[in-house]
Design a protein around this ligand. Structure first.
Ligand code: HEC
Ligand code: HEC
Length: 301
């Protein structure tokens, strides 16, 4: 009898639990997200997609604390802050759907965020749904903030000769003018800095400096382009080396990563293109004998 009673209590408990899940508030009214009205049916579908595919990492409440989130580095994004690293947005803007679509379908290399293959309607719905996690009056639920798609001007370095010149200019911009090597490694020796009348970082100049990010609440490592994957720079293999897409580099360098790295776009588009070509040249050498030889040369006294 006792066994039956326990079973009955457990059964009732389970039924109540299921009932409470079903009773969760659903969307009945349209919502204005990033200045655009979104229909409740779209948000309902988005919630379904999210619960199915995204919840385990990003959490039911979008706080980035899903059951599999613990121990992940970098940790899954907390959608409540409405800040995105790779969407090409600066402080006072919101990412466009197009940029979010790119990130979700391509995934972020070297993290647990994989490329997602979803139907168009599902993809659009889940994008709208993650916007609802913004805090009241903030992020996508703010009346002031506007969606700002990144404006990428054409690349002026469009011939082999011009690219070679851009790489030379980019090397100096990287180390001396923009001081990328205050966080990322330096790829030239101290003599070169002296020639440019610039200073080389005193501690471990050929290594990255880990940076604590307030927005993302964790320590991030600026990639060493000869050794690490970049998250949102598309690449494919040709003739035994990677070929990186320079416009993806331009986006991150011009607009920054919303916190851990500033944007450099205000310093002039042509220079940002030049430094992007320089970084591409380094990244294309990753895991090649030439790249390994360059690293060895830098670290040998
Ligand atoms: C297995 C874990 C995992 C799952 C499942 C997952 N993500 Fe992510 N996601 C991550 C991690 C980790 C990051 C943070 C990467 C970083 O900061 O570099 C991230 C970041 C993001 C970002 C922010 C990108 C930026 O530029 O800041 C978006 C948007 C995103 N995920 C959407 C989704 C959507 C939509 C789904 C479901 C279709 C999903 N994720 C499923 C792990 C996951
Ligand atoms: C204040 C420190 C800092 C400075 C200065 C800085 N970066 Fe970064 N950068 C970072 C950090 C931190 C990351 C890694 C962010 C992450 O993956 O979460 C990063 C990532 C990158 C990425 C990778 C983007 C991706 O898709 O993963 C590129 C490319 C990059 N930086 C280029 C540059 C260039 C070029 C400069 C100079 C014009 C520069 N950075 C200056 C801190 C910095």
């Amino acid at each position: 009898m006792r066994v039956f009673r326990i079973a009955a209590v457990l059964g009732l408990g389970l039924a109540l639990l299921l009932q409470s899940c079903r009773r969760e508030p659903s969307f009945t009214e349209p919502q204005v997200l990033g200045g655009v009205e979104v229909a409740p049916e779209v948000l309902e579908q988005g919630k379904w997609v999210y619960r199915r595919y995204c919840t385990t990492c990003h959490g039911n409440d979008g706080d980035g604390k899903g059951v599999t989130a613990f121990g992940q580095w970098p940790p899954p994004r907390d959608f409540r802050i409405a800040k995105f690293k790779f969407a090409g947005v600066q402080d006072r803007g919101l990412p466009s759907d197009k940029e979010l679509r790119r990130i979700i379908t391509q995934g972020l290399k070297g993290t647990y965020m994989r490329p997602w293959i979803l139907r168009d309607t599902e993809l659009n719905a889940v994008i709208q749904y993650i916007k609802t996690f913004s805090k009241e009056g903030k992020g996508f639920r703010s009346k002031r903030l506007k969606v700002k798609p990144p404006q990428i001007p054409p690349d002026p370095y469009d011939t082999e000769e011009k690219i070679a010149a851009a790489q030379v200019l980019g090397e100096k911009l990287y180390h001396a003018t923009f001081q990328c090597s205050s966080c990322h490694p330096a790829y030239v020796k101290a003599e070169k800095f002296t020639e440019w009348e610039a200073t080389i970082r005193a501690v471990d100049p050929f290594d990255s400096v880990p940076k604590y990010s307030e927005n993302y609440r964790n320590v991030l490592l600026p990639p060493d382009f000869l050794r690490h994957d970049m998250r949102a720079v598309r690449s494919h293999k040709v003739d035994g080396h990677l070929n990186h897409r320079v416009s993806d580099l331009y986006r991150s360098v011009a607009f920054g990563l919303m916190g851990p790295m500033p944007g450099f776009g205000h310093l002039g588009a042509d220079d940002v293109w030049a430094v992007s070509h320089y970084v591409k040249m380094l990244a294309d050498k990753k895991d090649t004998p030439e790249g390994n030889a360059l690293r060895r040369k830098l670290t040998q006294q």
